[in-house]
Structures are given as structure tokens and as C-alpha cells.
Design a binder for this molecule. Structure first.
Ligand code: HEM
Length: 154
């Protein structure tokens, strides 16, 4: 299983496919709760840990809240829609300055957790492809170096 990360062209909002039913079938809701429990623990200690609360109780709230979204995205019950309503990926991430490097760090944490999971590669790949593409929508800080032809000479 190749945890490939393709580069975001700043501002692109690519289409993406939701994870296939096989992912939730193999993981189960409990499995997803465990996966995101471990994921946010890792993220909170990572290079992008400053985006997340360091207080255990506060982090627990984020875990319980966000896993509702992911269970729903994976084809499970509409926990997030019922609790929150509409989700706007761009607005939700606007308060944070997310660079391509931050996205890569976030995905890297997920790779570390997924590698340990015993579900099939087909299931993992389906979830990974969804995250890899959809996460491009969160990148809201452009750190790309300009090409010489982009630089206007004065
Ligand atoms: C496919 C990828 C991603 C999805 C589906 C996703 C989804 C979400 C959701 C559902 C929330 C909660 C929104 C709310 O109800 O208020 C959230 C919040 C947040 N996300 Fe993401 N996110 C993704 C990628 C990322 C990335 C790449 C970063 C940073 C590098 C990031 C950083 C955050 C932060 C800091 C918050 C606020 C704390 C929290 O509530 O978790 N997310 N995201």
C-alpha cells in the first residue's frame, strides 16, 4: 500500500470520492473511534500540535466531535449532520494557517495510524485517497516559491 501524497496547487479544490463502504464495514464504528483517538493524540504531539488543544479533556471533545464527521463521511449514521448541520471544509479550517507542509504532517500522522491497522489494503486505500484529495481544500497559506517568469521586474 502506497501512501502517496500529491502536491496541492494553491487554491485548487479537487473533486474527491467518499471512502468505499468496505472501509466502514471492516473498521466498524468502534474501530473509527479508536483510530481517531490515536490519530489526534499523535497530531497533538506533531509539528502541527499548536493547532490543537494540549489539554486532554479539550482534545477528547475534539475527538468525539470530529469522529462523528468521519463516520458519516464513510457511509455511517448522520451523526455530524444531526449534531452540527452543514459542514464547510474551507470555513472550518479558515481560523488556522494551513500550509502544504502542515497538510503533509497531518496526512503523515494518519499514515502512521493506518499502517498499524489490520484492515485490508483496499479499505485503507479508499480512505487514504479520500483524505489525500479532500485535504487539499484545507491549504489556505501559499508558501510556494515563485518561478522566475512569475516575478514582475520593476
Ligand atoms: C480530509 C481531510 C480533513 C477533514 C475531512 C477535516 C475535517 C474536520 C472537521 C469535521 C473539523 C471540525 C469542524 C467543526 O465542526 O467545527 C475539523 C477541524 C479542524 N481541522 Fe480538519 N479536516 C481535514 C484536514 C485537516 C488538516 C490537513 C489540518 C491541518 C493541517 C486540519 C486541522 C484542523 C483543525 C486545527 C481543526 C480545529 C480543531 C478541531 O475541531 O479538530 N484538518 N476538521
Amino acid at each position: 500500500m502506497d501512501y502517496k501524497i500529491t502536491k496541492t496547487e494553491f487554491g485548487e479544490r479537487p473533486d474527491y470520492e467518499l471512502p468505499k463502504p468496505i472501509f466502514l464495514e471492516e473498521m466498524g464504528e468502534e474501530g473509527l473511534v479508536k483510530l481517531f483517538d490515536e490519530f489526534y493524540d499523535l497530531v497533538a504531539q506533531s509539528d502541527i500540535g499548536n493547532f490543537f488543544p494540549q489539554d486532554e479533556e479539550e482534545l477528547q471533545k475534539i475527538k468525539s466531535h470530529n469522529v462523528k464527521f468521519f463516520i458519516e463521511a464513510c457511509g455511517g449514521p448522520k451523526y455530524y449532520s444531526e449534531a452540527v448541520g452543514h459542514f464547510d471544509m474551507i470555513k472550518a479550517h479558515e481560523p488556522f494557517s494551513i500550509t502544504e507542509k502542515a497538510r503533509t504532517e497531518w496526512l503523515g500522522c494518519m499514515e502512521e495510524i493506518l499502517r498499524k491497522s489490520t484492515i485490508s489494503d483496499e479499505a485503507k486505500k479508499s480512505f487514504w485517497d479520500y483524505l489525500e484529495r479532500f485535504s487539499k481544500h484545507t491549504v489556505n497559506v501559499n508558501t510556494g516559491l515563485k518561478l522566475p517568469e512569475d516575478i514582475v521586474k520593476v
